[in-house]
Ligand binder design. Sequence first.
Ligand SMILES: NC(=O)c1ccc[n+]([C@@H]2O[C@H](COP(=O)([O-])OP(=O)(O)OC[C@H]3O[C@@H](n4cnc5c(N)ncnc54)[C@H](OP(=O)(O)O)[C@@H]3O)[C@@H](O)[C@H]2O)c1
Length: 289
Amino acid sequence: MKIPHAVNHQLAGKRVLLTGATGGIGRAVARRLATAGASLLLVARQPEALLALRQQLPGQHSCFSADLTSTEELQALAEFVNTTGGIDMLINNAGTSQFALTAEQNYPAQIALNLLAPMQLCQLLLPQLQQRTAATIVNIGSAFGSIGYPGFSGYCASKFGLRGFTEALKRELSSKALRVLYFAPRATQTSMNSAAVVAMNQQLGNVMDSPDEVAAQLLKQLQSGQSRWFVGWPEKLFVRLNAFLPELVDRAIKSKQAEIGKYAAGANQSVSVQHNHSNGAAKITVTRS
Ligand SMILES: NC(=O)c1ccc[n+]([C@@H]2O[C@H](COP(=O)([O-])OP(=O)(O)OC[C@H]3O[C@@H](n4cnc5c(N)ncnc54)[C@H](OP(=O)(O)O)[C@@H]3O)[C@@H](O)[C@H]2O)c1
């Protein structure tokens, strides 16, 4: 009888490409992966931030500076991966978000980085990842990839798209050797969130996780291999509710719409957000004027 060999998805000794490595969530994920023994290829635009991060991490890692919204730079990154021994895991984490009413939204910027870049990077790196005996793609989505929220129309569209892409890719490949995972944090204390978002979340009582809590959840998903992972209650519940009974979520959001709209339009708040660049977390102070 032929005994199927177990696929080893352990992190120790694996090479992981992490985009958005210098951001709030990226740094926390980098620290946890490096501590688990992975060797990282850290990617972001600013080379100084990449080098500084690499110095802080235990183990041997490399950096690649690229603007992921440029097709040429994506191709250069893929070329670098293919000529330096390949990777075992791709984490598409770089992202951007704009909180504004529809008239003010910059849709191309959000779609380019949050949706097109991960799709193209998967496409470019798939042939190499498929040669590995055990490989993983993780696309970092958001609770807003399942719940349309006022003031985030561009971001929601990009993350809904990313969730759809991830699901289709997972079903297309359907292989134990190459896992395709979707990881969805809820609001997190990083510089991606503008002062208005922070103030709105405080007012509405929306919890904002620390980047390290989010990274710990991602490591749990990697360990379990679960295809879809949503961080936090009640967001987890709202994601399911929105799929089955969207009218209920319409009503819940409608009751808060006036407040949300006020912040999205630039409410009269004075907010200070201080970012701790050594750990990626943000300290937030809100004062009403
Ligand atoms: N923070 C939240 O509330 C939250 C909630 C749910 C989901 N998420 C998702 O989690 C992921 C990480 O978010 P975060 O909060 O950690 O963001 P962040 O702190 O703003 O960090 C963004 C990272 O992406 C890099 N980046 C930005 N534009 C880039 C570009 N054009 N090319 C290459 N790299 C670029 C930045 O470095 P450079 O500027 O040097 O390029 C930085 O490393 C995103 O996908 C986001 O959508 C975040």
